[in-house]
Design a protein around this ligand. Structure first.
Ligand code: SF4
Ligand code: SF4
Length: 372
């Protein structure tokens, strides 16, 4: 199969870097590269997804522009990464969504929100959207809980199937063994590296953005975004537990666990992505893949929309704005769910799998040379 321009360029850069090796202490990409003499397409996709885009190797490189070697590892690996998302997408017919991700997400969000508003109206009468309702079960006066559970369960299931299919395609393409996934040591090491964003630290000094002064801003905002997402997920899980096992209906009191988790999660989902977007706008253009900007911005916007509508619903849930805000929030969450497998969210999945593979390679290499 013919290689894309990005893969051909990544192959050229990795061949130069493999001779130079100046950056081997910066992150996982260079040690993984050094274990290879030639680079298949799968190898390059593995290295690209291992890269955390910290930018250190661009500012440290003696061959970066204006040098004639034109070594731009962060932007070229970002392009390869972006192309790999479409290659592994399931079903393949939806892979083009990655190319027009910004527009697709905007359209899907608008349609989802409109569908929830119309759905509320269909279940009630148009004025129900603006009626004041309070107390347990008031959300479900607008749309029955079972209908919500069916819609979101279907969207969630779709996303899970798409992730599993994508993960299998990635794992096969990078030539990793199936059995590695069942080994606890590489898995736990990858969890530790992913949870701490270990390779977003530019080799220990921080992430490079607009100039040669590294800082930890991106890592901080990335943590806020990730943990915000996880807290919101935990909030929904606890609420589901309350509903089905304790027979307690939403909305819950402010001090109750789903609300506390959701509040902190929502704040993380608003502040984190805004910080990431601000940092992204300032980044040195030569380090960035211009073709990924729409996808990145659309994903961050979806997270902010989800967090902001959730917080607004919390603050105004006892007012007549509750119906409209609930429709907006559910529409945003639904759009987020169904677009997760076709946007920036997948970087977390492939990067984690790349970290598992890297941990396995390091452990194998250490076992083969115990004196090292
Ligand atoms: S990025 Fe530049 S300095 Fe770093 S290993 Fe590659 S060629 Fe060498
Ligand atoms: S941008 Fe950072 S993580 Fe990516 S290859 Fe360069 S040093 Fe490694």
């Amino acid at each position: 199969m013919q290689r894309s321009k990005a893969l051909t360029e990544a192959d050229r850069l990795m061949t130069i870097c493999n001779s130079c090796r100046y950056c081997e202490g910066l992150c996982a990409v260079f040690p993984a590269m050094e274990m290879r003499r030639a680079f298949s397409g799968g190898d390059l996709n593995y290295l690209a997804n291992l890269c955390h885009a910290c930018g250190a190797c661009y500012f440290d490189c003696q061959f970066s522009p204006p040098h004639e070697f034109n070594v731009r590892v962060p932007s070229v690996l970002a392009r390869v990464r972006h192309e790999s998302y479409a290659d592994y997408a399931w079903p393949p017919a939806l892979a083009p969504l990655f190319k027009r991700n910004g527009l697709a997400i905007a359209l899907i969000s608008a349609v989802s929100i409109a569908a929830f508003i119309l759905g509320f109206v269909a279940f009630n009468d148009p004025t129900a959207l603006f009626e004041r309702r309070q107390g347990p079960g008031s959300f479900y006066a607008l749309m029955p809980h079972d209908t919500m559970a069916l819609l979101f369960g279907a969207a969630f299931l779709w996303a899970i199937v798409a992730f599993v299919k994508g993960a299998r395609a990635f794992w096969t393409d990078i030539g990793a063994q199936q059995s590695t996934l069942a080994e606890p040591r590489p898995f736990l090491r990858a969890v530790r590296d992913a949870a701490s964003l270990r390779y977003l630290d530019g080799g220990g000094v921080g992430c490079y953005n607009e100039d040669e002064r590294p800082d930890d801003n991106r890592r901080f905002y990335h943590h806020l975004t990730f943990w915000g997402f996880m807290l919101c997920f935990a909030s929904t899980s606890v609420a589901t537990f309350y509903h089905y096992l304790l027979h307690r209906e939403a909305p819950y009191p402010l001090w109750d666990l789903p609300v506390v988790l959701g509040t902190f999660g929502g704040l993380g989902l608003v502040i984190g992505p805004l910080g990431l977007y601000a940092a992204k706008r300032k980044r040195e253009p030569a380090m960035v893949d211009a073709g990924s900007r729409g996808m990145d911005a659309a994903f961050l916007a979806m997270l902010v929309l989800t967090g902001a509508t959730g917080l607004a619903l919390l603050v105004l849930r006892d007012t007549s704005a509750m119906g409209l805000l609930l429709a907006l929030h559910l529409g945003a969450v639904f759009a987020l769910f169904i677009t997760l497998p076709y946007g920036k969210f997948v970087h977390g999945l492939y990067r984690f799998l790349a970290l598992v593979r890297y941990a396995k390679e390091r452990l194998t290499a250490a076992a083969q040379s115990p004196s090292k």
